[in-house]
Design a protein around this ligand. Structure first.
Ligand SMILES: [Zn+2]
Length: 257
């Protein structure tokens, strides 16, 4: 059994790995919440939410984002799923229609015993977009970035909106620019705490850069040889920027004679 143990927003690692064993790690007292997970290569997995780091065990509490740099991809992805399910479990206790305490139904759903309404984990969907103009890319710095790097325009999808409409609206709102050729790039679970990040590419189509001061503190067009600090490799922003770097440097070199 692999134990994905969360405490105060951190995941507990032993020797820089997910603790394993047939029983819960010793010293794990009074877990607030347990949640069965899918197995990895036939090995069962369990998520546990606990209030304090067990004493007498050589645990290291690591922020989930940092665990990306320590864990295997499979363990990091499972840790994200564990965190999302534990967050949902801890924050979905009462029926939103009638206020009755919910009971577990399936492994990943709850039910109201009074009005029978079902509750499943929900996702917040956000878009992120790499807008390019010739050999330049549009980079911005949001007020909520934790660092001095420059990233991409991003935002949450609103009700009644398609993903493409959201991409165009966010770029217009944050930068004043119009875009075209909006193309799907890829998606990524974003368990902070329960998101799905959907990446797009787009082309500049008009307008003058006019940053939305309430959202952004910096922004501009950058060429590949003058890039500022960019987001870390775990993010969809970095995948989009790396993709642009890979595909934009295709200006034909003069042929050797
Ligand atoms: Zn109810």
């Amino acid at each position: 059994m692999r134990w994905y143990i969360f405490c105060n927003g951190h995941i507990l690692l032993r020797d820089n790995a997910i603790p394993t064993g047939s029983a819960p790690p010793a010293g794990l007292e009074g877990p607030l919440l347990t949640q069965p997970l899918p197995s990895i290569d036939g090995e069962a997995c369990m998520a546990v939410l606990t209030e304090r780091v067990p004493e007498g065990e050589d645990f290291r509490a690591v922020p989930l984002r940092q665990s990306y740099y320590v864990l295997s991809q499979a363990d990091y992805r499972m840790a994200g799923k564990a965190e999302e399910l534990l967050y949902w479990g801890a924050h979905t206790k009462y029926c939103s229609a009638c206020g009755t305490p919910l009971v577990a139904d399936t492994d990943i759903s709850k039910r109201c015993p009074k009005c029978a309404k079902e509750f499943w984990p929900s996702l917040s969907i956000a878009i992120i977009v790499a807008v390019t103009r010739g050999d330049e890319i549009l980079l911005v710095q949001s007020h909520n970035f934790r660092g001095n790097y420059m990233g991409l325009v991003a935002g949450f999808v609103e009700t009644g909106e398609s993903l493409e409409e959201c991409v165009a609206r966010e770029v217009q709102e944050e930068t004043g620019l119009a875009i075209s050729e909006i193309r799907y790039f890829g998606s990524q679970p974003w368990p902070y705490p329960s998101g799905l990040m959907v990446g797009f590419t787009a082309k500049y189509a008009g307008g003058t850069l006019n940053l939305q001061a309430s959202e952004l503190r910096a922004g501009g067009w950058f060429r590949r040889d003058k890039l500022p600090e960019i987001p870390g490799p775990m993010s969809m922003a970095r995948m989009l920027i790396d993709h642009w770097l890979l595909t934009s440097g295709t200006a034909k070199k003069p042929q050797q004679q």
